[in-house]
Structures are given as structure tokens and as C-alpha cells.
Write a protein that binds this ligand. Structure first.
Ligand code: HEC
Length: 158
């Protein structure tokens, strides 16, 4: 036998807590989406394009490095040559993955085999203090560490 529930006792619509939860979820989603559109979420931002963002161990992207190399002032290629093979007294950058070419940079390369390229390009940290830069500017003031890492990845890919 079926017991019919009187229509009057049936609950109408969603309980208030369920409506509240739904509104809350949409709000959180909306704020998250809006922050992405503004490029504030590093995972969705164009790498290297915006202000320095801590990349938290994200792999340096050679393509980003290539774009940055074309943007720096003065341009790397104005000294190191259009194809980075060097010209006049400016060394080639094609072999930097194997260590420094310049006599001047041998000690830096020996002491920091993995970081010497980034340290040299930066040029504003204690590790390269007192080194004769031979006219190459320090780029640490215009490039973030993440951007320099991307440039190093690009140079190593040449
Ligand atoms: C005004 C000229 C100039 C510009 C611009 C310049 N460099 Fe250099 N760079 C030099 C000179 C000179 C040396 C050699 C310094 C030495 O031997 O003491 C050098 C050395 C280097 C080395 C070490 C090469 C080796 O194997 O010894 C790297 C790497 C390098 N530059 C990268 C860059 C990058 C990347 C840029 C652009 C972001 C750049 N340079 C822009 C002049 C320049």
C-alpha cells in the first residue's frame, strides 16, 4: 500500500543552505576566472611577459629567452653578432653550454659550472663583482632572474 504524502508537507525548492552553497561556488569560480583574465594567475600568464613573477621551479623556456634576447637594450646581437657567432672582440655564444670562452670568465665558470652564464648576464650580484665586463652591460637591472634563466636556456639550445 502506498502512503501518499500530503502535498502541503512536501518541501518546496532547495533548502536555503543549498542555495547559499551554490551562490558561494559561483562567486569563487567568478573571482578565479576574473583573476585569470587579469593575468594574475602565473599558470595562465604569458611567461616572462609580465612583471617578474616567482616561477617556482617552472622549466625555463628557450622560446621566451629568444624573444627576450631581441628585446634587451642594447641587444645581445649588436655585440655578439646576428647569429651569436661573435664578431671582433666579442665572443661567440654558441658554445656556452660547455663553459666560458673568455679567459676572463674561466674562474667564474669553474666555481659556478651551472650558474655562471646567468650570473654573468645579470652582472649585479657579488659573484661577478670586480670582473672586467669588457663593455658588456649588466642586465640584472632590466631582466628578472626567471627571464635570465630563459635566455640561458635559449643560448644552450643554439
Ligand atoms: C656592448 C656589447 C655587449 C652586449 C650588448 C652584450 N654582450 Fe655579452 N659579452 C660582451 C663581451 C665584451 C664579452 C666578453 C667579456 C670578457 O671576456 O671579459 C661578453 C661575454 C658574454 C658571455 C660569455 C661568453 C664566453 O663564453 O665567455 C655571454 C654568455 C654573454 N656575453 C651573453 C650576452 C647576452 C645574453 C647578451 C644580451 C642580453 C649580451 N651578452 C650582450 C659584450 C656584450
Amino acid at each position: 500500500m502506498t502512503i501518499h504524502t500530503p502535498i502541503g508537507t512536501r518541501s518546496r525548492g532547495l533548502p536555503p543552505w543549498a542555495i547559499g552553497l551554490t551562490v558561494f561556488v559561483f562567486l569563487v569560480g567568478g573571482v578565479y576566472l576574473a583573476s585569470n583574465l587579469a593575468g594574475e594567475n602565473p599558470a595562465f600568464a604569458i611567461p616572462g611577459a609580465s612583471a617578474p613573477v616567482a616561477s617556482g621551479g617552472v622549466e625555463a623556456d628557450p622560446a621566451v629567452g629568444e624573444a627576450l634576447v631581441a628585446q634587451t637594450q642594447p641587444q645581445c646581437s649588436s655585440c655578439h653578432g646576428a647569429d651569436f657567432t661573435g664578431q671582433a672582440s666579442f665572443p661567440s655564444l654558441l658554445g656556452v653550454a660547455d663553459g666560458p670562452v673568455s679567459e676572463n670568465l674561466q674562474d667564474l665558470g669553474a666555481e659556478y659550472p651551472d650558474e655562471w652564464i646567468a650570473l654573468w648576464i645579470d652582472g649585479t650580484t657579488p659573484e661577478t663583482e670586480g670582473l672586467d665586463r669588457g663593455g658588456m652591460p649588466a642586465f640584472g637591472d632590466q631582466l628578472s632572474p626567471e627571464q635570465i634563466d630563459a635566455i640561458v636556456a635559449f643560448l644552450k639550445s643554439l
